[in-house]
Design a protein. Structure first.
Lengths: 159, 159
């Protein structure tokens, strides 16, 4: 697994749809589990969430489906930090399968750190988490950003 | 249900995550089921798929998460056609719950009509399907397009 890989999973049979491949939403489920793994890596794990009553909410997600994933594949997700501020992480996620040379899907997610009290309020990351985000950002900053990234979706003329 | 509603579902307990609400990927699963319902409405149903060996592949999806959905909610999805050409549909999807006045999520998807032969090839819609897409496009063209739509994802400064 590359250094930036955070999650690896087999494909559950119930994730395969009538088209004979991984249903679009289950690509997102694998990416969602990968985001959980990223949270563990950054110190936003279950113990932290319980103690601080803080967690990450997904604000936005944009995914490009590039290759079919079959039931016999194993999916691996690599992550990079594209940007971050005091409360938010903009992460890039790549879903890979050995069968394909390029990524099977590319996604970007925007994550917000919140406190779940009587109401849900945005909350700055604690310093140790900010440091961990900064380190991962530095580690992944030099990697080429795969195209197409997030962009306005529209019907573009095709050759 | 509004005229453009195509799908309605209760929230399965296993769709709720450690944050106490619908996991991000399961919003997408509900939207994916709604896309199946849209296909039925357009004549791209199971019988068509079997007969023609044609189906829709999702090329791209962009979702904004606006409200938490709880296990006690019922989700309803409205659809509109934002654009279409001979082989592609650009659809807008809104996920609503009665508890919230506005949508709980907004999404856009780009769908491609393909033939699943020895290899998968893009294929024009049959005329009856193109007509059905055109009619739904006309019916929904006048509806206000909710903001924010699909756009390049980036960390924008917050007030």
């Amino acid at each position: 697994m590359p250094a930036t890989a955070v999650f690896r999973t087999a494909i559950a049979p119930e994730w395969v749809d009538y088209n004979g491949h991984l249903r679009d939403a289950y690509y997102m489920l694998i990416l969602s589990f990968a985001t959980d793994a990223l949270m563990d890596r950054l110190g936003l794990d279950a113990a932290y969430r319980e103690r601080a009553r803080c967690t990450l909410y997904t604000l936005e997600a944009h995914i490009h489906y590039l290759q079919e994933v079959k039931q016999t594949d194993v999916a691996e997700v690599c992550v990079r930090i594209l940007a971050a501020d005091a409360k938010r992480i903009h992460a890039g996620l790549e879903l890979h399968c050995e069968r394909h040379t390029g990524p099977a899907a590319l996604a970007e997610v925007m994550l917000l750190h919140v406190h779940q009290g009587e109401k849900v309020t945005a909350m700055p990351f604690p310093p140790a988490v900010s440091d961990a985000i900064g380190r991962l950002h530095e580690e992944t900053a030099g990697l080429p950003v795969p195209e197409p990234g997030s962009r306005r979706m529209e019907l573009r003329p095709r050759p």
